[in-house]
Design a protein around this ligand. Structure first.
Ligand code: GAP
Length: 448
C-alpha cells in the first residue's frame, strides 16, 4: 500500500486534501490521472447499469435533503457507532478497539493513546452524519445533514421517475454521487474516507411476483451475479473476489438479506467489502410514506392492484473500487536483458487514464512533427500523451508506471513508409502497422 500511495502522489493520481496545511483527515483529492481513472470506472458502471438497459433510469439527486428524510430512513436514530472518550487526552475510540485495556468507565480502563487509567468514559452512541445549517441562522430548525448514502435521493424520487418515464415494476433507478460519513476509524488511503462517491441502484420489484416473472429473491440472486460479473469485467482477478453473506448480527436495520462482494486488498487489510447487494424489502418506501404522509404505492394496471414495491439495492463505492483496481494492477517486474526492472499498472485498457504514449524516436528528421500530428489525430478519439524527452526506454517505463496500454513510436522507417510501431504494455511485443490504422486498432482494444 505504501508503494502504491507513493506512486499515486508522484504520478498525479491521488493527493492528500489540503496537503500544504498538513492535510485533512482521510479526505483525498484526485489529480489529473486519478480523475480520468475514476471517471472511466464510473462511466463503465453507468453504461452497464443505465445506458445498456431499458429497465433502469438515471438520476442525480441533491446532497442536501429535507432533514425528515433521515428520520424516516432510520439514520438519525440508528446510524451510529459506540464510542469511548478519554477525559484526559480528549481522544475518541471505537468501543471495539482492541488496543483498549480494562473496562471503559471503570478504574482499570486504560486509554490506548495517553496511557492514563480510569479516564475512559462508558461507550456512548455517536452519529456518523455530518451536520450543517441551511440559511443564515444556525439553529436547530435549520439543521440539515450531508447525505451518508445516495440511496435516499432515489427513494424519495421513486414516483417522480416512475411517472415521468412510465416505467413498469420491475424497474430500477441509478445514480452516482458523493456521500459523507464522519467515520471514526477511517484510513488505508482511499479505502475508508469521510467524503466518498457511491454508485447505487435501487431495483423495485413486486413483492407478490410469481413465475413466470422473477420473484424478489430471484431478482436478488440476479443482481448478485450481475454485479460480480461487472467486477470481473474490470479485470479484478477472480481469485481476489468473493461473496460474504451477512448473518443476522451484521444485517443493517433496513435489510432482509445482504451479501457483500469482497476484494482481497492483500497485506493487513485482506478481503474487504467493495459492494453491498441488499434486499431492503419495503422498509424505505414504507417509512417515507409514513413520515411524509404521501402515498408511495405503485398501481399495477393489468392486475388492478396497489402495492409498495420491494427494493433490491446494489451499492458500490467508486473510490474503494478505484483502490481495488489499482491494487490489482500494481506489479514490479524484472525485464529480460535489462538491469533495471519496471513498475507497472496492468490496468484494463478501458480504465487506463492515458490510452497511448506517442514518441518520436529522435528529435529530428521530421519525426516530432509527424508524431505531434498523429497525437492530435488520436486525441479526437481518446487521451494520449506526447513525449519526446529522454531515452526511449525511459519513456516506455514512465507510461508503464501509469498503466498506459500502448506506446506508438515514430522512427526512421515511418518517414519512408508511413508505418509506426505499437508496443503492448503487458507483453512488451512491438507490431509494425500503417499509421492510418492506429486509431481503429487502439479503439478496438479499448472496447475490449
Ligand atoms: N445504501 C447502502 C449503503 O450505503 P454501505 O455498505 O454502507 O451501503 C456501500 O456502503 C459501499 O459504499 C461500500 O461497499 C463501499 O464501497 C462504499 N463506502 C461506504 N463507506 C465508505 C467510506 N467511508 N469510504 C469509502 N467508501 C465507502
Amino acid at each position: 500500500m505504501e508503494k502504491l500511495v507513493s506512486l499515486c502522489k508522484r504520478r498525479g493520481f491521488i493527493f492528500q486534501s489540503s496537503e500544504i496545511y498538513g492535510g485533512t483527515g482521510s479526505v483525498w483529492d484526485y489529480g489529473p490521472l486519478g480523475v480520468e481513472l475514476k471517471k472511466n470506472l464510473k462511466d463503465r458502471w453507468w453504461f452497464s447499469m443505465v445506458r445498456a438497459r431499458d429497465d433502469i433510469e438515471g438520476l442525480d439527486a441533491a446532497i442536501l435533503m429535507h432533514p425528515k428524510v433521515w428520520e424516516a430512513s432510520g439514520h438519525v436514530a440508528g446510524f451510529t457507532d459506540p464510542l469511548i472518550d478519554c477525559r484526559n487526552c480528549k481522544k475518541r475510540f471505537r468501543a471495539d478497539d482492541p488496543k483498549i485495556k480494562g473496562t471503559p468507565g471503570q478504574p482499570d480502563g486504560q486509554c490506548p493513546a495517553c496511557g492514563m487509567k480510569g479516564t475512559l468514559s462508558e461507550p456512548r452512541l455517536f452519529n456518523l452524519m455530518f451536520k450543517t445549517f441551511m440559511g443564515p441562522v444556525e439553529e436547530s430548525a435549520s439543521l440539515v445533514y450531508l447525505r451518508p448514502e445516495t440511496a435516499q435521493g432515489i427513494f424519495v424520487n421513486f414516483l417522480n421517475v416512475q411517472q415521468a418515464t412510465r416505467q413498469k415494476v420491475p424497474f430500477g433507478i441509478a445514480q452516482i454521487g458523493k456521500a459523507f460519513r464522519n467515520e471514526i476509524t477511517p484510513g488505508n488511503f482511499i479505502f475508508r474516507t469521510r467524503e466518498f462517491e457511491q454508485m447505487e441502484m435501487q431495483f423495485f420489484v413486486d413483492p407478490a411476483a410469481q413465475a413466470p416473472q422473477r420473484t424478489d429473491m430471484e431478482w436478488f440472486e440476479y443482481w448478485k451475479a450481475q454485479r460480480m460479473d461487472w467486477h470481473r469485467s474490470l479485470g479484478l482477478d477472480e481469485s481476489r473476489l468473493l461473496f460474504h453473506q451477512h448473518d443476522k448480527a451484521e444485517l443493517a436495520h433496513y435489510a432482509r438479506a445482504a451479501f457483500d462482494i469482497q476484494f482481497d486488498f492483500g497485506g493487513t487489510l485482506g478481503f474487504q467489502e467493495i459492494e453491498g447487494v441488499h434486499h431492503r424489502g419495503d422498509f424505505d418506501l414504507g417509512r417515507h410514506q409514513e413520515h411524509s404522509g404521501k402515498k408511495l404505492e405503485y398501481f399495477d394496471q393489468p392486475t388492478n392492484h396497489r402495492f409498495i414495491p420491494f427494493v433490491v439495492e446494489t451499492s458500490v463505492g467508486a473510490d474503494r473500487t478505484t483502490l481495488a483496481v489499482l491494487v490489482n494492477a500494481y506489479r514490479e517486474e524484472t525485464v529480460a536483458g535489462e538491469e533495471e526492472g519496471r513498475t507497472l499498472l496492468k490496468l484494463s485498457p478501458s480504465l487506463a487514464p492515458v490510452k497511448a504514449g506517442i514518441f518520436p524516436l529522435v528529435k529530428k528528421d521530421g519525426m516530432p512533427e509527424y508524431a505531434e500530428k498523429l497525437a492530435t489525430e488520436l486525441r479526437k478519439r481518446f487521451p494520449v500523451f506526447y513525449d519526446e524527452s529522454g531515452a526511449i526506454g525511459r519513456r516506455y517505463r514512465r507510461q508503464d508506471e501509469i498503466g498506459t496500454p500502448f506506446c506508438i513510436t515514430i522512427d526512421g522507417q515511418t518517414m519512408t513508409d508511413n508505418t509506426v510501431t505499437i508496443r503492448d504494455r503487458d507483453t512488451l511485443l512491438q507490431d509494425r502497422v500503417a499509421s492510418d490504422r492506429v486509431r481503429d486498432l487502439i479503439s478496438e482494444r479499448i472496447a475490449g
